[in-house]
Design a binder for this molecule. Structure first.
Ligand code: GDG
Length: 468
C-alpha cells in the first residue's frame, strides 16, 4: 500500500491536545492509516548558528505509528513567511479582510524561500509510490517547488480556509503566481461549493481556463482536478469523549452549577474571523430586548490564545476584555454574571461535557472555511434533550447544516432574535433539527473526508498521467 505523506505548516504532537481545526483533522486521518507528517517544528534556529542542525536538519520521531518529520526555521524566514505572508496577507485576504492585509514584497520572498526549503527537505524523504497531501494556505507553492526538483508523485492540496471571490483575490500582488502554483497539484480541494466556484471563476476569467471533457481544468499549460470536500469530525470519538468519566464529570459539574440557568457556549481560537465582539454585542442585545433572560442566561466563551505576536490579535484581545467586562458590569448581579470569558486553551476532554450541558452553541464567525466546533457541539448532545446550534451563514458549515438557526453575525438584532428563538425552542423541534444535522455530520465525517479526497487524488493523478 502507498504511504501517505501529509505536509502542513505546523505538526501537532499526537499525544497532546491541539486547538486548531487542521491539527485535529489531520491527526485523526493519520492515526487511522499511519504514515508521515512533515512540517515546521515550531522552533527557531539561532540566527547565524547552525549547530543545532545535524545532517539534513530534519528531525524524525515515531509516535503512535505516525512518523513525525520536522524542520526548524530561521528567524528571518519565520518573520517573512509565517508572520508576514501567511498571517498578514493570506489569512486576512482569504477571509475577505483586505483592510487588515499588509502587502510587502519581502513577505512574499520569504514565503517562497520557506516553500523551497520545505521542498528541499521533503523531496529526499519521498518514496516513488508515496502519496503527498499538502495542507493549507502556508504551502500553496510547495508542489510547484517539488515538481521543479523532478517529483512525479501524486500531490493533492486542501485549502482549509475560504477561497475568496476574484476581486478580493486579485488584490494580492502575487495572485497570479499563487494561482499558477496551484496547477502543479493533481487535485485541489476546497471546503465548500462556493469556494470551488470562486476558484473556477478566477481561473476562467484571469487565466482563460478551459474545462476538459473529463471535468479537469486546463490553464497555465497544465491540468488539475478541483472539488469540494467539506471537512468533518470523528463523530464516534467525540461522542465517546462525552460519555467517558471526564466528560460525564464535566457535564455533571456544569449541570449542578447552572441548574437554574440556561447555558450558552462559544469555543473559538481568539481570532478576528470568529466574530467574537459581534457575538458579545448580540448577547447584550438579547439581555436588553428580552429581559426574561437576565438572571437566567449565561454565556461561557472560551477564546483559546492564538498568534499572540500580531497586532490585530492584541487589539481583539483588548476589545474582548472590555466588552465582557462591560456586559458583566452593566447586567451582572451578586448571584449571576451574564458572561464567563476564558482566554485560555481548555483541555479537549472537557469540551464535550461543556457542549452537552449547554442549551445553545453560538458559532458565529464573520467568515470561516468550515468550523468544526459546530459539528463537535452536535456530536456531544444528548439525543433525548439536544441543544440548539446558532450558526453564521458565513461559516462553510452553513452549506451543509441548513437545519441550524442560520444568522448574519453583522446583524446584532437578528442574531439576538435567533438566540432567543433557540433558548425557547420546544423539545420536538430541537430533536427534529438535531436528528437531521446529526445524519449529515455522521455521513460526512472525517473518514469520509479523507477517503473522498484520497480517492479523488488517485483518479486525478491517473488523469494527469494521461493528459498532463
Ligand atoms: C481551520 C479553519 C476549518 C478550540 N478551542 C479549544 C480547542 N479548540 C478546537 C475545537 C476545534 C478546533 O480547535 C477549531 O477548529 P475550527 O474549525 O473551529 O477552526 P480553525 O482553528 O480556525 O481551523 C476552519 C478547520 O481549519 C478545519 O479545516 O474548519 O474553518 O479556519 O476542534 O474544538 N480545543 C481545545 N481547547 C480549546 O480551548 N482542546
Amino acid at each position: 500500500m502507498s504511504r501517505l505523506v501529509i505536509v502542513s505548516n505546523r505538526i501537532a504532537d499526537p499525544r497532546k491536545a491541539a486547538a486548531g481545526g487542521l491539527a485535529v483533522a489531520v491527526k485523526d486521518s493519520l492515526q487511522e492509516t499511519g504514515g508521515v507528517w512533515f512540517g515546521w517544528s515550531g522552533k527557531l534556529r539561532d540566527a547565524g548558528n547552525d549547530a543545532t542542525h545535524r545532517g539534513d536538519g530534519v528531525q524524525v520521531q515515531t509516535v503512535g505509528g505516525i512518523q513525525l518529520a520536522t524542520i526548524d526555521l530561521d528567524p528571518r524566514d519565520y518573520d517573512a513567511y509565517y508572520l508576514g505572508y501567511s498571517n498578514n496577507v493570506l489569512w486576512p485576504v482569504f477571509h475577505y479582510r483586505l483592510d487588515l492585509a499588509q502587502f510587502d514584497r519581502r513577505f512574499a520572498d520569504g514565503y517562497r524561500r520557506v516553500n523551497q526549503l520545505f521542498a528541499r527537505k521533503l523531496y529526499p524523504l519521498l518514496r516513488p509510490d508515496d502519496i503527498v497531501w499538502v495542507h493549507d494556505y502556508q504551502l500553496i507553492p510547495l508542489a510547484a517547488e517539488l515538481r521543479a526538483m523532478g517529483c512525479t508523485n501524486p500531490i493533492g492540496f486542501f485549502l482549509h480556509i475560504p477561497m475568496p471571490p476574484l476581486p478580493i483575490m486579485a488584490a494580492i500582488p502575487e495572485h497570479e503566481w499563487l494561482m499558477r502554483s496551484l496547477f502543479a497539484y493533481d487535485l485541489v480541494g476546497f471546503q465548500t461549493e462556493a469556494d470551488l466556484l470562486h476558484f473556477e471563476q478566477y481561473v476562467e476569467a484571469e487565466a482563460g481556463a478551459a474545462r476538459l471533457p473529463n471535468g479537469r481544468l486546463r490553464a497555465f499549460g497544465r491540468t488539475l482536478s478541483a472539488g469540494a470536500f467539506p471537512i468533518g469530525i470523528n463523530v464516534d470519538e467525540f461522542a465517546a469523549l462525552a460519555g467517558d468519566r471526564d466528560g460525564i464529570a464535566m457535564f455533571d459539574r456544569m449541570r449542578d452549577e447552572y441548574s437554574r440557568r440556561q447555558l450558552l457556549v462559544g469555543v473559538d481560537r481568539l481570532d478576528y474571523t470568529k466574530g467574537l465582539p459581534q457575538r458579545v454585542h448580540a448577547f447584550r442585545e438579547l439581555l436588553e430586548r428580552y429581559p426574561e433572560n437576565r438572571s437566567r442566561a449565561t454565556l461561557i466563551q472560551i477564546a483559546a490564545p492564538s498568534r499572540e505576536n500580531l497586532g490585530a490579535y492584541d487589539d481583539l484581545r483588548r476589545e474582548m476584555d472590555s466588552l465582557c467586562g462591560a456586559i458583566n458590569g452593566d447586567y451582572g448581579e451578586l448571584e449571576w454574571m451574564p458572561m464567563r470569558y476564558i482566554h485560555r486553551t481548555v483541555a479537549r476532554k472537557r469540551l464535550p461535557g461543556l457542549y452537552r450541558a449547554s442549551r445553545v452553541a453560538l458559532v458565529t464567525p464573520l467568515r470561516d472555511g468550515m468550523n468544526l466546533v459546530a459539528k463537535e457541539f452536535l456530536a456531544a448532545q444528548d439525543e433525548t434533550d439536544p441543544g440548539v446550534l446558532v450558526l453564521s451563514r458565513f461559516a462553510g458549515a452553513a452549506e451543509q447544516m441548513k437545519e441550524a438557526l442560520l444568522v448574519n453575525p453583522y446583524d446584532t438584532q437578528g442574531t439576538a432574535q435567533a438566540i432567543q428563538r433557540a433558548l425557547a425552542m420546544p423539545l420536538d423541534e430541537r430533536r427534529q433539527r438535531y436528528t437531521a444535522l446529526m445524519a449529515t455530520i455522521r455521513k460526512y465525517d472525517v473518514h469520509w473526508w479523507r477517503t473522498r479526497f484520497l480517492d479523488a487524488l488517485a483518479d486525478a493523478s491517473e488523469a494527469a498521467v494521461a493528459q498532463p
